[in-house]
Design a protein. Structure first.
Length: 198
């Protein structure tokens, strides 16, 4: 017993705080830990969501997922969705981030701007509102666009996309190498072929 207490004293408050966090003694962990990422976890468990969010913000990019959770707990759903999107940008296959994003996104209605032309929102460099005749034509064009089938394309692999691939392992690699070669050629990074010196 004496030896274990001596080892804890030698290890210092950070080690004791980490041990307290692992054992679920979150109040002790908050008092002892200086690492913002670990303190944020303890604060989140204690229900102090605002302080947990601030700790995760100080911890930086390594805590993007945890910050998304803390923001959702504080009620800042749009920013939480943005943080989940950042996690998914880095790893589109992260199912926990996708599930969390979908859940938080269902908790609020996304902001919709008043558009007077495609890509223009009034008050942010948009054009003045059109007259009634032009507006009726725009509404008609928009309803025509809604009748066209949409093709969903993205970065994450879906089951449908995987089934559309041929069973030739070398085909994708050949295509990828060709695309990379073309990209480098456009940037001028490909050396010209060596001439015969003789």
């Amino acid at each position: 017993m004496f030896l274990s207490i001596a080892l804890l004293v030698i290890a210092g408050p950070a080690a004791v705080g980490t041990l307290a966090l692992r054992l679920g003694w979150d109040r002790l962990a908050v008092a002892l830990l200086q690492d913002d990422a670990l303190r944020g976890v303890a604060l989140y468990r204690l229900g102090d969501d605002v302080a947990a969010d601030a700790a995760f913000a100080r911890a930086g990019r390594s805590q993007t997922f945890n910050r998304a959770l803390a923001l959702a707990a504080t009620g800042d759903y749009p920013l939480s969705v943005a943080y989940f999107d950042a996690v998914l940008f880095v790893n589109p296959a992260d199912e926990q981030a996708r599930a969390g994003r979908d859940l938080v996104a269902s908790m609020y209605d996304p902001h919709r701007g008043d558009s007077t032309a495609p890509g223009r929102i009034m008050g942010h460099g948009g054009m003045p509102p059109p007259n009634e005749e032009i507006q009726a034509a725009l509404v008609g064009a928009a309803s025509d666009d809604l009748r066209r089938p949409l093709e969903a394309r993205g970065l994450a692999a879906s089951d449908e996309w995987l089934q559309s691939l041929t069973d030739d392992p070398g085909e994708f690699l050949q295509l990828r190498i060709q695309v990379e070669y073309d990209r480098r050629a456009q940037m001028g990074l490909i050396r010209p072929e060596a001439q015969d010196p003789w």
